[in-house]
Design a protein around this ligand. Structure first.
Ligand SMILES: NC(=O)c1ccc[n+]([C@@H]2O[C@H](COP(=O)([O-])OP(=O)(O)OC[C@H]3O[C@@H](n4cnc5c(N)ncnc54)[C@H](O)[C@@H]3O)[C@@H](O)[C@H]2O)c1
Length: 384
């Protein structure tokens, strides 16, 4: 594609759709030519020059768009992404790319032979601090990883948040809780930095603090390739919360917390000290190195601009869509381990996870029908 602008269509004009809508005028080399939402009320405030569609397939077939941003509830991500590839459109897909590994693989399979760009909206990947951490892991500064501990309890959500939309906080609508809605970003960064774990076990609590049927309190223990262990703790119920990533490695400890990245560099390899020091109660005196690096995510617009540049052949993708599969597989494995009370090896058995999800949806319909969500009725009511 040459100098002409990439024409975008935006599907879903809710919370995130509104964020995407607002930054469009600031993008270079792109324009918003169409929007789509099943709910007509969402078109209020949309510029008159932008075409409106209630049906995404009609927007795909209109010839008005070269690319789409899919910002609808997760349930619709697979069908909308797959149809976009079939229509030859570039795709930016909101997180999570899908609810199950099987669906995410189906998206990737549909993408495989299409000649388009596919990105996932993992805007936290635009935060320079995570690129710095990856560099320190790869260039040998940290040495081999011994232990990773990530506490991410700053995703506090109130009951009114869950009550704000019928599809939230239940298995039929959202397909999961904190792992499916808030944590996909952290799970993506985790796998991007450390790879998918070999095996894991977890404690998963459903509606422990909120009146919801999905998980709102999760603690995971993992074994990584190479033998390091990792813990990942999250909830939507603690405030003030914590976001602390600590990497204990061969050459010292790296800590990211409160916007600061600090490396506690040891004078020698930790294992060498452990094996050779004559001090039984060795008191570490590491050199404290504060690394000056920006710790703010550059956000959604940055990912979309990167996709525009990639379409024009001027940039590599920061967040390839096919990688969205991995955080879905990780979330599925954590749920399976916690709810079946067992250790799970990755990649997770898809049939087993799909059966678990169906069981949870069935139980929800039976025991908490007021929480279950009916997408067919929702769409019919909006279109009536
Ligand atoms: N990247 C991020 O930081 C981020 C932040 C928030 C939400 N999200 C993701 O964005 C997605 C949407 O979340 P939200 O909070 O904006 O939800 P929302 O409920 O506020 O908005 C969803 C919109 O989609 C529309 N919609 C529903 N079904 C549709 C269909 N079949 N066709 C067309 N339009 C349809 C609804 O009418 C609504 O306007 C979710 O997958 C969520 O995880 C990502």
């Amino acid at each position: 594609m040459g100098l002409e602008k990439v024409r975008f269509g935006l599907i879903g004009l809710g919370n995130i759709g509104t964020t995407h809508y607002r930054y469009f005028p600031k993008l270079k080399g792109a324009e918003l030519t169409a929007v789509c939402d099943v709910d007509e009320a969402r078109f209020e405030g949309i510029d008159d020059t932008i075409e409106r569609f209630k049906n995404y397939q009609e927007m795909y077939d209109s010839g008005l768009v070269d690319a789409v941003i899919i910002g609808t509830p997760h349930v619709f991500h697979p069908e909308m992404a797959i149809a976009a590839f079939e229509a030859g459109l570039h795709v930016i897909l909101e997180k999570p790319v899908a609810i199950t590994g099987r669906e995410a693989r189906a998206i990737n399979a549909a993408y495989k032979d299409s000649n388009v760009i596919f990105a996932a909206m993992f805007q936290m990947r635009t935060n320079p601090v995570f690129h710095k951490i990856k560099e320190l892991l790869q260039d040998g500064t940290l040495g081999g990883v011994r232990r990773v501990s990530w506490i991410i309890t700053d995703w506090f959500r109130t009951q009114s948040y869950y009550d704000s939309g019928g599809w939230r906080g239940n298995w039929t609508g959202e397909g999961g809780g904190v792992l499916m809605n808030q944590c996909p970003h952290n799970l993506d960064l985790f796998q991007w930095l450390f790879g998918l774990p070999k095996r894991l076990t977890s404690l998963v609590y459903l509606g422990k603090w909120h009146d919801i049927t999905v998980e709102d309190d999760v603690s995971v223990l993992m074994e990584l390739e190479g033998g390091a262990t990792a813990s990942f703790i999250t909830t939507t119920a603690d405030t003030p919360g914590t976001n602390r990533l600590e990497i204990a490695a061969e050459n010292g400890k790296l800590v990211l917390e409160n916007g600061r990245l600090i490396f506690y560099r040891m004078p020698d390899s930790v294992q060498t000290i452990l094996e050779t020091s004559t001090e039984g109660f060795y008191a570490a005196k590491p050199e404290k190195v504060e690394l000056s690096v920006e710790t703010r995510s550059h956000g959604h617009m940055y990912i979309t601009q990167n996709v525009v540049d990639a379409i024009k052949g001027k940039a590599d993708l920061l967040s390839p869509g096919t990688e969205g599969l991995k955080s879905v597989q990780l979330a599925n494995a954590v749920l399976l381990a916690g709810l079946k009370n067992k250790s799970v090896t990755l990649p997770v058995c898809e049939a087993e996870f799909d059966a678990l999800l169906e069981e949870l949806r069935e139980k929800e319909r039976k025991n908490a029908p007021e929480k279950a969500f009916d997408w067919d009725k929702y769409l019919k009511d909006l279109q009536a």
